[in-house]
Write a protein that binds this ligand. Structure first.
Ligand SMILES: Cc1cc2nc3c(=O)[nH]c(=O)nc-3n(C[C@H](O)[C@H](O)[C@H](O)COP(=O)(O)O)c2cc1C
Length: 335
């Protein structure tokens, strides 16, 4: 499938579209997190709707051959746009996979009834914009309260997916899976090439993982992906530890492209609620990329569903990590 490419009509049309609710919602959704910050989406605003397209030129060729994490990332962007539309005073309308002939057209978003946003919805929108991935070890002494973990699970369930809170007795299995995934990927030249490509982007490209958001390797309760080695990682890890961190697996009933997309929407809902309550979420996806460890995670779910993403949950640090870059609206939105 070739990369999506649209022509840009007159500047006036674009200006009008970008100033409207859909344009503003889609611009806010550019802050959505994505696998290796690939930002694998394109938006096209026309005829009263915003179309979300998968950008296959940004798919990880080895780590994500099927497009599972690409589609999941796009699901996060879609939910971000819908949450923004709500906060801007409109009910969002969404069609998933609206055209059978266009498999890369993932969704169509339109403006529904006027709606007076609640203070919670406005807070959610602000949290969505301020959220960042913090890879430093957690605060150590304080665990996320159980009632907040239940709220995260509720947010995921309401969005059509599930959240397994990993109990202490399953942690050794998650630990071994994390180690195993890291070993398999570091022995695979294709996987290493994917990682190198997206951790060594020129600054002007505003994509990929920058050294400022990666901490040097430290001892972890569950191993995390090491993006950059030693002195190449510039984020000060601080003095915290993951001693009281919680771990969770977001999972779905099925394992097709619709499940990947709706799981991404559920992840966005989780991220927003987490940020509103000062919970930091660090995704762990190498255990999903490697088929063998994905199967191990399915075992932790007693085969009740299909794992989509692992994550570490900690109380957010008082000082946030640096903000990761994003491409400009002109590069991503056709209007
Ligand atoms: C599907 C998915 C998988 C991810 N996997 C990892 C991971 O394995 N390790 C990690 O530290 N961050 C992971 N992330 C976080 C992204 O790297 C991060 O969202 C991106 O670099 C943008 O930074 P931000 O979240 O601070 O805006 C993942 C994010 C998504 C959406």
């Amino acid at each position: 499938m070739p990369a999506v490419n649209f022509s840009d009509p007159t500047g006036t049309d674009r200006h009008r579209a970008m100033d409207g609710p859909l344009g503003r919602a889609v611009m806010a959704a550019l802050r959505a997190p994505s696998i290796l910050n690939t930002q694998p989406w394109r938006w096209r605003i026309h005829d009263g709707a915003a179309e979300l397209w998968a950008d296959r030129s940004r798919q990880l060729t080895h780590l994500d051959r099927e497009g599972r994490l690409l589609t999941f990332s796009c699901g996060i962007a879609l939910h971000h746009a819908a949450a923004a539309l709500t906060a801007l005073g409109h009910r969002p309308g969404i069609d998933l996979f609206p055209d059978d002939r266009e498999p890369d057209l993932l969704a169509r978003l339109w403006v529904g009834e006027p709606h007076r946003p609640t203070s919670d919805e406005s807070h959610a929108f602000q949290s969505m914009l301020s959220r960042r991935t913090d890879r430093r070890p957690g605060l150590g002494d304080v665990a996320v309260p159980a009632y907040l973990l239940r709220q995260l699970r509720g947010a995921v369930e309401r969005s059509g997916a599930h959240l397994h809170l990993v109990p202490d007795e399953q942690l050794p299995v998650l630990m071994v899976a994390g180690d195993h995934a890291a070993q398999i990927e570091s022995a695979d030249p294709g996987a290493r090439a994917d990682l190198t490509r997206w951790t060594h982007r020129p600054q002007a490209a505003r994509e990929g993982i920058s050294a400022d958001t990666v901490a040097p390797e430290v001892v972890r309760r569950v191993p995390h992906r090491q993006f950059l080695s030693g002195g190449d990682a510039h984020l000060d890890p601080g003095v915290g530890s993951d001693r009281t961190a919680d771990y969770a697996i977001l999972f779905a009933d099925g394992d097709g492209r619709l499940d990947w997309l709706t799981s991404g929407e559920a992840m966005s809902a989780l991220l927003i609620v987490a940020t509103m309550h000062h919970i930091s979420v660090n995704p762990i996806s190498n255990v999903i990329e490697v088929a063998a460890t994905r199967a191990t995670l399915a075992g932790l779910l007693c085969q009740l569903g299909h794992p989509m993403l692992g994550m570490r949950l900690t109380v957010a640090a008082a000082t946030p990590p640096p903000r990761e870059t994003r491409r400009s609206p002109a590069e991503v939105i056709d209007a």
